[in-house]
Design a protein around this ligand. Structure first.
Ligand SMILES: NC(=O)c1ccc[n+]([C@@H]2O[C@H](COP(=O)([O-])OP(=O)(O)OC[C@H]3O[C@@H](n4cnc5c(N)ncnc54)[C@H](OP(=O)(O)O)[C@@H]3O)[C@@H](O)[C@H]2O)c1
Length: 267
């Protein structure tokens, strides 16, 4: 049996919770100031408004930090003096908060793993990057690897700094994709078909293209070239993407997110 405590259970925390709760060997407890009532009712688990309502933190094997970066320092003040068990591991999914900073905030727990998951965890299709503190036991590493494998694919990173790159690409990635889907929908609406149909055909075009590339041995570049035959409609469309330097825009997008992740990790 693994006893798991979630500190914060918003979008990302609840995506993980909803997957991990399906495993009978996981006993989950949540602290979240507003959502605790809803969580308690929905999942029939212990959920509290605040840390001081937990009777005994010594039972937890895994503590998941899933509050926002802006709040974490203030939130962790309440956990600073709590006596967690020696084998407990903290799993932080908080963007930009370094292991050494978190260790200072919760000095009673020495084992820690930083994770950068992404929102498709909700449907079991997440990408998660993991980086452990030096003294994290193999048992804890394996347990956390298994938990995140339940919501998608998992990669270990060698250096903690690399997590800022992962944050810019896959952590924030679904946000870019949804933004682009919305832009495509709006562009399609201008052409005349009705909104609902446009939503469906764009989604299906994306799903179809993703499945195709997943099953193909060809690169994305080759597949694009094969569809954009000379003198055709796709070529005409791609010319506009090239003229407006879509590659530069996307490069700047990732660099901007990366810079922000570095900035947050220096605070
Ligand atoms: N969203 C993503 O796609 C994503 C991807 C990778 C990593 N992350 C990381 O995951 C973390 C959470 O992101 P999110 O999108 O899930 O944010 P979120 O939806 O705002 O969730 C944060 C949760 O923390 C709760 N909270 C506030 N004060 C608390 C306290 N004192 N004790 C316990 N819980 C408290 C908030 O409650 P209230 O709403 O009631 O204030 C909220 O439910 C962030 O650090 C982010 O960097 C997010």
């Amino acid at each position: 049996m693994k006893n798991i405590l979630f500190i914060g259970c918003g979008h990302m925390g609840s995506a993980l919770l909803s997957a991990w709760i399906k495993e009978k060997n996981n006993k989950i407890t949540v602290v979240d100031p507003l959502k605790y009532k809803h969580i308690k009712k929905k999942y029939k688990i212990d959920a509290f408004e605040s840390a001081n309502l937990i009777q005994n933190v010594n039972i937890f094997d895994i503590v998941v930090l899933a509050v926002t970066p802006q709040l974490v320092d203030k939130v962790l003040e309440k956990y600073k003096l709590l006596r967690f068990k020696k084998t407990c591991v903290i799993v932080s999914i908080i963007a930009g908060k370094k292991i050494n900073i978190l260790k200072k905030a919760i000095p009673n727990v020495s084992q820690m793993i930083r994770v950068m998951p992404n929102m498709p965890a909700l449907v079991g299709e997440s990408v998660s990057f993991l980086v452990p503190s030096r003294n994290t036991s193999n048992k804890n590493k394996n347990n956390i690897y298994k938990l995140f494998s339940q919501v998608g694919i998992v990669f270990w990173l060698k250096k903690e700094e690399e997590i800022d790159i992962a944050t810019a690409i896959s952590g924030s990635g679904p946000g870019y994709i949804f933004y682009l889907i919305n832009a495509l929908e709006e562009a399609a609406n201008e052409l005349g078909l009705n909104k609902k149909i446009n939503q469906r055909i764009i989604l299906q075009t994306l799903i179809g293209s993703l499945k195709l590339i997943q099953h193909s041995k060809k690169s994305s570049k080759k597949l694009a070239n094969e569809i954009a035959i000379k003198g055709g409609t796709t070529e005409a469309g791609i010319k506009v993407l090239k003229k407006n330097n879509i590659n530069k825009i996307l490069s700047q997008t990732l660099k901007s997110a990366y810079k922000k992740a570095i900035f947050l990790s220096k605070k």
